[in-house]
Write a protein that binds this ligand. Structure first.
Ligand code: SF4
Length: 404
């Protein structure tokens, strides 16, 4: 076990914070600390536990009291150790400690911003794109993110419940031969036992037209102890199996997380990262640059940077879209291409992910394209004058185009 880091720092280094807040009264045995079930059983999930360790502001105290019927509070000891005792603006703290602003409603807020419920042919199976599905296998996670897109069902305390019908979902997948890609998410599938994940993956692998399996998970970050050698060996039976992890701030990449990601990569699992752009968390270029560089060291390819969905009670965490464009502009060309994620907006109402890029095309017709590079220099590239080439539609904006 590593010594508790002296400070929380800027996140450039990989540090360990264990056992941190759990070092008092004789401390905690390393074998317990490293046991993922102990981590889950000992999650911080009450106001009293929070107050034992942190100096809470009024906004946080009210947020905790009001969060009980919206999205549960739960933070693993591992992740909780990343939170400093006395800074309510800390970027880790803002992600997992409820604030009273979650009870505010903005006119744009939605319960289901990605329109998943209306694209669910079978309970728990979202079929929104032609050849792939999202399989919501559980409503539970290792810890809960205050901006969760699925907070309407996740954590089990809100109005809506997730009732995934596994047998019906498997039948649907067997019949829909156009589905070649299944993404397991929730909630977080890695919260299940090895045996349950094994059965789920083997059932999916038995469907011949399913080529590609993916797991979307924040467990390696919230609960790196879960990424055991046994789990990795079991997952490796189901290749091609890819994994999207979810890291928003470089401080989340601790020594333990780096080691967990290494175990997954060594099991042959290609790793990508999905970050959500969040105000006061990662909405500046230097933080994002540190994050993407650390991800590459962990053998994780930055995949998506999401504009925060219009989820109920998240307006205090949302940033201007221009901030995301500015960050991509500051990365593209200035650092390794592999380090640059695709910035996307998940179109409100169920339109899917739409890439949002800085404007590198200045002019384009059948004779030439005029482009600018990362330094702002202008270049021309000749077109071959083929009249049959279809340019992407550049429509004027009219209200009636709005998806409804
Ligand atoms: S881990 Fe994912 S599903 Fe769970 S609360 Fe966080 S964003 Fe939502």
């Amino acid at each position: 076990m590593h010594a508790f880091a002296a400070g929380n720092g800027d996140g450039k280094e990989f540090v360990s914070h264990a056992p941190g807040y759990w070092s008092g009264s004789g401390g905690i045995a390393p074998e317990l600390w490293n046991d993922w079930k102990w981590q889950l059983k000992n999650r911080v999930n009450s106001l009293a536990q929070l107050e034992q360790h942190l100096e809470l502001g009024e906004e946080e105290r009210s947020g905790v009291l009001l969060s009980g019927d919206k999205l549960a509070l739960a933070v693993t000891p591992h992740f909780f150790n990343l939170i400093p005792r006395s800074n309510p603006d800390d970027p880790i703290r803002r992600q997992v400690i409820p604030r009273v602003e979650e009870t505010w409603t903005s006119p744009y807020d939605m319960a289901d911003p990605c329109g998943e419920d209306s694209h669910m042919p079978v309970p728990g199976l979202v079929h929104r794109y032609p050849d792939r599905v999202l399989f919501l296998v559980t409503d539970r996670c290792a810890a809960y993110c205050r901006y969760c897109t699925r907070s309407r069902v996740v954590s089990g305390v809100g109005d809506q419940e997730l009732h995934t019908d596994f047998e019906e979902a498997f039948r649907y997948l067997e019949q829909h031969t156009e589905v070649r890609d299944v993404l397991l998410s929730g909630g977080d599938a890695l919260i299940f036992s090895d045996d349950k994940i094994d059965k789920l993956l083997s059932r999916l692998r038995a469907i011949p037209h399913i080529e590609f399996l993916r797991i979307g998970t924040r467990v390696p970050i919230f609960l790196p102890q879960r990424i055991t050698a046994e789990l990795c060996a079991m997952l490796a039976k189901y290749h091609p199996l890819w994994m999207s992890v979810h890291v928003n701030h470089p401080r989340e990449l601790t020594i333990e997380v780096n080691e967990a990601l290494e175990r997954l990569a060594n099991a042959g699992i290609p790793l990508g990262n999905q970050s959500v752009l969040l105000a006061g968390v990662n909405d500046d270029l230097e933080t994002m640059k540190t994050l993407v560089h650390k991800l590459l060291i962990c053998r994780v390819r930055p995949y998506y940077l999401y504009q925060c969905d219009l989820i109920n009670g998240s307006s205090h965490l949302r940033t201007p879209v221009a901030k995301g464009i500015e960050i991509i502009e500051g990365l593209r060309g200035h650092t390794t291409g592999y380090a640059v994620p695709q910035f996307v907006i998940d179109a409100p109402g169920g339109g899917g992910k739409v890439p949002i890029n800085p404007g590198y095309i200045l002019y384009h017709d059948n004779e030439k394209i005029v482009i600018r590079n990362y330094e702002g220099k202008i270049f021309e590239y000749p077109e071959i004058g083929n009249e049959s080439v279809q340019f992407a539609p550049q429509r004027e904006y009219h209200d009636e185009y709005l998806y409804s």
